[in-house]
Design a protein around this ligand. Sequence first.
Ligand code: FAD
Length: 284
Amino acid sequence: MNLKEIYSGHKTVISFEIFPPDTEIEKLYSELDLLNIYKPALISLTYGAAGKNRGLSIEILEHIKTQLNTEVMPHFSCICNSKTMIEESLLKFKKLGIENILALRGDIPNEKILCVKDFKYANELVEFIRQKTNLSIAVAGYPEGHIESPSLDADINNLKRKIDAGGSVIYTQLFFDNEKFYRYVDLVRRKGISVPIIPGVMPIISIKQIEKMTKLAKIEIPKILEKNIEKYKDSPDDIKKFGIEYGIEQCIDLVENKVKGLHFYTLNKSKATTEILENIKEKL
Ligand code: FAD
């Protein structure tokens, strides 16, 4: 099923993001079995920035498609990737019967490495994939602005380039304040972009995880979250419990505001995501 078909209904569609693990593929597969009980419309698989675990990615995509009978969406970034390398990967996806792809630029590597520069921005990759394949293409959006962007408005103008090039769904960066997401949707719509905007939700499972995420991207921590992080800083169990409660409230509010989907950043762990889903399933 392609992205357009997946998001054509009135119900809120569930999807999950996972990443290729360094070790313990069987552990990932057992977590996937637990996640798959909630019948996701698709499972997306991240793309290692420096070519990490690329062989493994194909194996995981195949596992999800054939063993779990669930739609997959590989992420794919163009930074440091040549046109030839990209065409080879697209061919592998075609052989697997993959219908959807999340087209990204990828983060600019910190170290000075020799890097092919066939593509500068994600909109160029979207254009390339559209010309070469009939894959349904998703792109990334940033409710609080991309970290390199001078302003949210400039970033949304660049988002429009990706949609004009052929992007048909936007998956957002995670956020903890739904008001930021609603403001973003409003601004994006005002630019004439009408494709589905799917919020990225990351259940809070530890303080370390929040600190890492907010350091890497522009993500504001709301006061209520800050207060509870402080309160539970010495109790990992309490922060997990609070994270699930926060996630349930966040998702219920999103569903009540008629989002087309919820895309969970699972971090390859099923527990927090499935507990949230168990508590919101009647609302979906
Ligand atoms: P772009 O859309 O190209 O934007 C990058 C920056 O350049 C932005 O600041 C934008 O405003 C600006 N820009 C864009 N086009 C132009 C232009 N034509 N002229 C001037 N400025 C421009 N990273 C991975 O490595 N692997 C993953 O699997 C992965 N998955 C992700 C999934 C989601 C849902 C999200 C939100 C992000 C993901 N990322 C992933 C991170 C992403 O690769 C980084 O955020 C990266 O820095 C930007 O990628 P992009 O596709 O958004 O780039």
